[in-house]
Design a binder for this molecule. Structure first.
Ligand code: FES
Length: 331
């Protein structure tokens, strides 16, 4: 191999190695090949070769492309996001850093294996210093190590910034919004899905319909069951709720207090509401308390009244937060 071969390795010829080596191999048997990173002590860093320069530029280009892709990823996300584009840009950003590191390691880090059959031979301080110098010089000198380090660091930093952006997707803090529904404040009519108001007599005895607060038929936390009792059914209402029922019509949240499924099955003879998900059963005649299944809380009740036109209105919000109550601690 020539002293300045295509891969940038400078090798002393064997005769010279035997005569002049002063590094870690100085006392090695004559048949040991001294190649690769174990350079003679005092070895000068080699001049960059053409292939080394090409690899350096390619590595820097990879880091540059990665930086641009990461910044573009952040911009796309900031503008509202586009899943496919984000995936491609993330792949380019990560791939650019990976390719840059591979090129760097392949061309500027020594990778020869040196084996030797010999007893332990601890290195002297001079040997260690010589090895360190040769190792840091590498196979081919970096013309602009600082630029390459800066480019690589910039690519990683840009990607790090882009990866922080999904925090924005967590959205605003819910605050007390989970504890209120559009019924809060009272005075809202209850309406069917088509927006039509409801009179007590629109619900047949033993039947039920699903209603929402007027103007909020799309609200996920507002579905409400309006249930009309059968003749002869007696309610056991807790104190203060005696006036929450109008003409034998009582209202409960439709969201199961277990994990939020819609409670949609009603056994009118027994006055029991069933949740189809895990069979929680609520006693309509006794404040919708759970009598079977995993639900631990009653269905929240809605206070009702009738306005001057005979339509049912809610006089306030539900008695408790609707749905699963894990956020309700301390209320
Ligand atoms: S969600 Fe209703 S019982 Fe589980």
């Amino acid at each position: 191999m020539s002293p300045d071969g295509p891969d940038g390795v400078t090798e002393p010829d064997e005769a010279d190695a035997d005569a002049e080596a002063t590094g870690p191999d100085a006392e090695a048997p004559a048949d040991v090949e001294a190649t690769g990173p174990v350079a003679p002590a005092g070895a000068e860093a080699t001049e960059p070769t053409r292939s080394g320069l090409g690899a350096e530029r390619a590595s820097a280009a990879c880091f540059g492309v990665s930086t641009l892709a990461a910044l573009a990823l952040a911009a796309v996300y900031w503008e509202g996001g586009q899943v496919q584009a984000e995936g491609v840009l993330l792949a380019i950003a990560l791939g650019g850093i990976g390719a840059g590191i591979v090129l760097w390691a392949k061309h500027f880090m020594p990778d020869d294996e040196v084996t030797e059959d010999r007893p332990p031979m601890p290195s002297t301080k001079e040997d260690v210093e010589a090895f360190t110098e040769a190792f840091e010089a590498g196979e081919s000198s970096l013309r602009s190590r600082r630029v390459l380090v800066a480019m690589g660091g910039g690519a990683c930093a840009a990607l790090g910034v882009a990866l922080l952006f999904p925090i924005r997707s967590l959205g605003p803090r819910p605050g007390s919004g989970l504890k209120r529904t559009p019924y809060a404040g009272g005075g809202k009519r209850v309406v069917r899905e088509d927006g039509s108001p409801v009179r007590p007599t629109d619900v047949s005895p033993g039947g039920f319909i699903t209603v929402w607060p007027e103007g909020h038929t799309d609200d996920a936390d507002s579905p409400t069951l309006l249930i009309r009792l059968r003749d002869g059914q007696e309610l056991e209402l807790s104190d203060g709720r005696e006036s929450w029922v109008v003409d034998d019509v009582i209202a409960y949240s439709k969201l199961c207090t277990h994990v939020g499924c819609p409670v949609g099955l009603y056994q009118q003879e027994l006055g029991l509401l069933l949740c189809p998900c895990h069979q929680s059963t609520f006693d309509v005649l006794d404040g919708a308390k759970p009598v079977f299944g995993p639900a631990a809380r009653s269905l929240p009740q809605l206070p009702l009244a009738v306005d001057d036109q005979g339509y049912i209105v809610a006089t306030g919000d539900f008695s408790d937060p609707v749905g699963p109550g894990f956020w309700d601690r301390g209320r």
